[in-house]
Design a protein around this ligand. Structure first.
Ligand SMILES: Nc1nc2c(ncn2[C@@H]2O[C@H](COP(=O)(O)OP(=O)(O)OP(=O)(O)O)[C@@H](O)[C@H]2O)c(=O)[nH]1
Ligand SMILES: [Mg+2]
Ligand SMILES: [Zn+2]
Length: 355
């Protein structure tokens, strides 16, 4: 445990969390925010204090993700013997299907703004951007698109990227930056007021850590959580929260090679609201927008007002999230049935022994 200089509100504490505490808890407990998750421990920050929590001693906290608030009882002055009361209900959370598994993986919790980072080069991909936007919509979190490496393209190319994003979503907030230049990143600090938490989401190499370093106070460099990858590049391997110069918090994440959606129906539908609206005008209420007559969606594609790529991506994302959500629900059901089976066989053994 070490002393630090931050208040709960600087750490993102809000009335939403305070309301979850009863009078006794308000008096005798202390909330701590998860700043970093390691294999066997959590780094947490509380009022003017930082501490490391062993997951072996607190297995109930294995489910925690960065940004979570944990309530501990304060049984001693030194905070050494604190008991976990509970993980507080999340105001928002980001999740995806864990790569190589059917389970969901929590990416971050209690986020105010999502910075979707893409660079002005071959990484720029509208379908991928739509994927991140759906994630942010599902979490009911404000999304800002950050286009990095603006210094590597000329103005004409910059406008071409901006035009594509404007066509994608006319009111999408877009900030073009050279992540290495503090002056160019200044507009981003507007989203980092004290008590606000932003997450950086995007593929590997787009400049999330560079942005973090530029936006943070100099002593908050993110170097310790970066490793050399096979190509000798530094790549982020763990999610962590940092204070920025303007007093807000920023969560740097490892680049996502695969962002498979799960439990994200509302998010996907919100990102493709234009298609949803068109579908209301199709002749058949269950129109698949393929070869059906009087399909308003296909008519919009023919008229050039809807990009066919968008329809393809919409259907792909919707099917994917339905499939992933169902496999997860099925696996939970199987777990429950297996649990019941074990319980009833134990019961049977007990009754057989007793009789
Ligand atoms: N010229 C230029 N280079 C940039 C910019 N942003 C990032 N870079 C460079 O791009 C490389 C990758 O940047 P990182 O910040 O490590 O990328 P990342 O998104 O954190 O990558 P992962 O940790 O692997 O997810 C580094 O060499 C940066 O110096 C930019 O705006 N302009
Ligand atoms: Mg990084
Ligand atoms: Zn249709």
């Amino acid at each position: 445990m070490s002393e630090k200089q931050y208040s709960l509100s600087q750490l993102g504490w809000k009335p939403y969390f305070n309301q979850q505490l009863n009078l006794d808890e308000l008096e005798n407990c202390a909330p701590f925010r998860v700043v970093q998750v390691f294999r066997n421990r959590l780094l947490v920050w509380g009022e003017n204090v930082e501490k490391s929590i062993s997951l072996a001693e607190h297995p109930e906290l294995t489910e925690c993700t960065v940004g979570d608030w944990i309530l501990f009882s304060q049984t001693s002055e030194s905070h050494q013997t604190d008991q976990t009361i509970r993980i507080l209900e999340r105001a928002s959370f980001f999740q995806r299907k864990a790569p190589g598994s059917i389970s969901a993986q929590l990416i971050a919790a209690n986020i105010d703004t999502a910075f979707i980072v893409s660079s002005c080069n071959q990484d720029f991909n509208l379908s991928r951007i739509e994927r991140y936007l759906a994630l942010a919509k599902e979490a009911q979190t404000e999304a800002v698109l950050v286009l990095t490496k603006s210094d590597l393209v000329d103005q004409e190319q910059q406008y071409a990227y901006l035009d594509q994003l404007n066509d994608l979503q006319p009111h999408l907030m877009v900030v073009l930056v050279n992540a290495l230049d503090p002056e160019s990143c200044k507009p981003l600090l507007d989203w980092y007021k004290t008590g606000q938490t932003c997450v950086l989401l995007g593929s590997s190499g787009v400049g999330k850590t560079t942005l973090t370093n530029t936006l943070c106070a100099t002593e908050e460099k993110t170097a310790p959580i970066r490793e050399d990858d096979s190509k000798g590049r530094h790549t982020t391997t763990a999610r962590a929260l940092f204070f920025t110069q303007s007093g807000g918090l920023i969560l740097d994440c490892p680049g996502m090679r695969e962002l498979q959606l799960t439990d994200c129906e509302e998010g996907v539908k919100a990102v493709f609201d234009d298609i949803q609206q068109l579908a209301l005008k199709c002749k058949f209420s269950d129109c698949q927008h393929q070869l059906e007559p009087k399909c308003a969606v296909q008519a919009a594609i023919v008229a050039g007002t809807l990009d066919e790529r968008r329809l393809v991506n919409y259907q792909k994302m919707l099917n994917e999230q339905t499939r992933n959500t169902m496999s997860l629900a099925e696996s939970h059901q199987k777990d429950r049935e297996f649990g019941k089976l074990i319980k009833s066989s134990q019961q049977l053994k007990k009754t057989t022994r007793e009789t």
